[in-house]
Design a binder for this molecule. Structure first.
Ligand SMILES: N[C@@H](CCC(=O)N[C@@H](CS)C(=O)NCC(=O)O)C(=O)O
Length: 210
C-alpha cells in the first residue's frame, strides 16, 4: 500500500491527501512533526535527502518527494490529468507557476504568520515582499479564471488541486481575497467537487514517524 509521509497543517501535504481522496486510493498516513525535527533524522534523510514533506513511499522501498511531482505521478491515466500533450503541458505550467510565483509568498506568509508562534516578529522584514508577490499571483489567477471554470480547458485537474491547497487558506497569511471574485468562485467550485475533502481530513490508517 502507498504511504504518505506528511504534516497535517502543510498545504503541500494537503494537495496529496486531496488527490488520493478524489482517486479513492487507499493509503497509510505517516505523521512527520517538522517542529520536532522528525524530518531531519538520519532515517528520514535516507528517504528524502532534502528532509521535506510530502514524501510518497511506494511498495519496494521507492520514494517520491515534491508535492506536484507526486500529483503528476498519481494522476496519470485518470481524468485529473489530460492525455493531450498541450493540455498536459498547461497543467504543468500552472503547477510550475504555483511553485515559483504563488507558494513561496502565500504559503510562507501563512506558515510564519499563522503556524509559527512569534513568526510575525521573526519575519517582519519579509512581510511586504510576501504581500507584493502573493497579490501579484492572485491577480494572475483571477484574470485567468474570469472566463474559465478551472485552470486548464475548463476541466478539474491536478493544476486546480495544486493551486487550491494554499489559496483556500490564504487569508490565514493576511491575504484579503475580496478583490478576487473569480478566484473566490473557483475556490467554491473546487470545494463542491465530488470526493472533495478538507484540510483536516485523514484516512483511517495512520502511524507516527519514529
Ligand atoms: N517544493 C516542495 C516544498 C516542500 C516543503 O517545503 N515542505 C515543507 C512543509 S510544507 C517542509 O517539509 N519543510 C521542512 C524543511 O524545509 O525543513 C513541495 O512542493 O513538496
Amino acid at each position: 500500500m502507498l504511504k504518505l509521509h506528511a504534516m497535517q497543517s502543510s498545504g503541500n501535504c494537503y494537495k496529496v491527501r486531496m488527490l488520493l481522496a478524489h482517486l479513492r486510493m487507499p493509503f497509510e498516513l505517516v505523521d512527520v512533526d517538522l517542529l520536532r525535527g522528525e524530518n531531519r533524522t538520519p532515517e528520514f534523510l535516507m528517504k528524502n535527502p532534502e528532509g521535506r514533506v510530502p514524501l510518497l513511499e511506494l511498495p519496494g522501498g521507492r520514494f517520491l518527494p515534491e508535492s506536484n511531482a507526486i500529483l503528476f505521478f498519481l494522476a496519470e491515466g485518470t481524468a485529473l490529468l489530460p492525455g493531450d500533450a498541450l493540455a498536459r503541458a498547461q497543467v504543468l505550467r500552472w503547477m510550475f507557476f504555483e511553485q515559483h510565483s504563488h507558494e513561496p509568498a502565500i504559503a510562507a506568509a501563512r506558515f510564519w504568520l499563522k503556524l509559527v508562534r512569534g513568526g510575525r516578529e521573526l519575519r517582519t522584514h519579509d512581510i511586504d515582499r510576501w504581500m507584493e508577490e502573493g497579490y501579484r499571483a492572485l491577480k494572475v489567477m483571477d484574470r485567468h479564471l474570469q472566463r474559465r471554470s478551472f485552470f486548464v480547458d475548463s476541466a478539474f485537474t491536478i493544476a486546480d488541486i495544486a493551486l487550491y491547497a494554499h489559496t483556500h487558506v490564504a487569508e490565514e497569511g493576511d491575504f484579503d481575497l475580496s478583490a478576487f471574485p473569480a478566484v473566490r468562485r473557483w475556490l467554491a467550485r473546487v470545494a463542491a467537487q465530488p470526493d472533495h475533502v478538507d484540510m483536516e481530513w485523514r484516512p483511517q490508517l495512520t502511524e507516527i514517524a519514529s
